[in-house]
Design a protein around this ligand. Structure first.
Ligand code: KG4
Ligand code: ZN
Length: 356
């Protein structure tokens, strides 16, 4: 049997992360009938969140993030190897996020990966962070291509058609704020602590979603994209109009905001499901994968689950720890690239790309 182990490194935002993922290949001589993934295993998945370092500023401060990555990364890599019960000698390649993201963090992660690869004589694979999110469902659920991905995080709001390793087509993106960013800004205007998303969700649970009729941006639009800044402005106006806000006011605003978001998302995603059906009429079990921090939101999740059921799509939500930023998805993308003979293994001159 052949075994591949890849060390992954992720430093593109405010998580310092390292992981070892292993893939056992089919026994030699076995006939492989489909390119199904045989048995990927996450041997370790170490994540250090910098949330507390940025909380006082209400958002990620790039300079603080870069310094924190420098201080933490080698310890995190050592922990990932130790947790996996391996040494560098057992690792076949080093995969690191090379973009998109905050350039300071990217430099720290990619340079560290280059140093390790160079000193150990192992190949280096420069991974696009979004490819990591896009391929996670194959690691967790063995999903086969093609499928649809809804990525909703603090930095991204996209619908991507994933048709193969390296074969990604963005069908929709936000024309203004990312959805997580909208959650964080709404939280800030209501004086809820950072990061806002989970706090908005908690407050919403006690609120009346029908009290404020907030707009559903882009709903019904022929353009496939998302928009959230108009909704954010409407929330601000409502909050200003009734200030000072009682606890119930805050709850009602959160519930009404969340319901507007779920409604707007459902409209955009429904459109993409329809297009997927048209493009792949013979696909037996089409699937929608959700990823990104906002995918943790139960109201949003339930709405999307219902939408998928109504449209005959399988709804795939990888575990939260693998949906938000992590290094297992980067190691896995490295394995996928190696298997597809698409690893840019001569990546020593690869420069970090903050806008890749
Ligand atoms: O994927 P993620 O952990 O990091 C990146 O942005 O890359 O996403 C973080 C975002 C934040 O904006 C946070 O407020 C949002 O996801 N978020 C949520 C929830 N949990 C996290 N938004 C809504 N509801 C939640 N339960
Ligand atoms: Zn991410």
């Amino acid at each position: 049997d052949e075994v591949i182990r890849v060390l992954g490194i992720e430093t593109s935002c405010d998580e310092t992360a390292a992981s070892v993922v292993m893939l056992e290949d089919a026994p030699a001589g076995a006939e492989i009938l489909s390119p199904r993934i045989l048995s990927p295993q996450i041997l370790s998945n170490v994540i250090l969140s910098q949330v507390e370092e940025h909380a006082a500023f209400g958002g990620v401060v790039p300079e603080i993030a870069a310094r924190a990555h420098v201080e933490a990364l080698d310890g995190i890599i050592e922990a990932a190897l130790a947790d996996a019960g391996v040494t560098l000698a057992d690792v076949d390649a080093i995969a690191a996020t090379a973009g998109p993201g905050l350039v300071g963090g990217l430099i720290v992660g990619l340079m560290t990966a280059k140093a390790i690869a160079s000193a150990s004589g192992k190949p280096l694979i420069a991974v696009n962070h979004l490819e990591g999110h896009a391929l996670t469902a194959r690691l967790t659920d063995g999903l086969e291509f093609p499928y649809l991905l809804l990525l909703v995080s603090g930095g991204h709001t996209q619908i991507v058609r994933v048709a193969g390793v390296g074969d990604y087509r963005r069908w929709a993106t936000t024309i203004d704020d990312a959805l997580g960013e909208a959650f964080d800004k709404v939280a800030k205007m209501l004086a809820l602590p950072y990061p806002g998303g989970p706090n908005v969700e908690t407050a919403a649970a006690k609120g009346d979603p029908t009290r404020f009729a907030f707009p559903r941006p882009m709903k019904g639009s022929a353009q496939p994209d998302f928009s959230f800044s108009g909704l954010k402005t409407a929330v601000r106006q409502a909050a200003t109009a009734i200030a000072p806000l009682s606890e119930q006011d805050v709850a009602d605003i959160c519930a009404s905001f969340q319901s507007a978001v779920a409604d707007a998302l459902a409209d955009r995603v429904a459109r993409a499901l329809l297009r997927f059906r048209t493009d792949y009429p013979d696909k037996a079990e089409p699937a929608l994968v959700v990823a990104g921090g906002v995918a943790a939101n139960r109201a949003i999740r339930e709405t999307l689950e219902r939408l998928c059921a109504e449209n005959g799509f399988r709804f795939v939500a990888p575990p939260h720890r693998l949906c938000t930023d992590n290094a297992a998805m980067i190691a896995w993308a490295g394995i996928e690239r190696l298997n597809a003979d698409m690893a840019d293994t001569d990546a020593f001159d690869f420069a970090p790309r903050s806008r890749w």
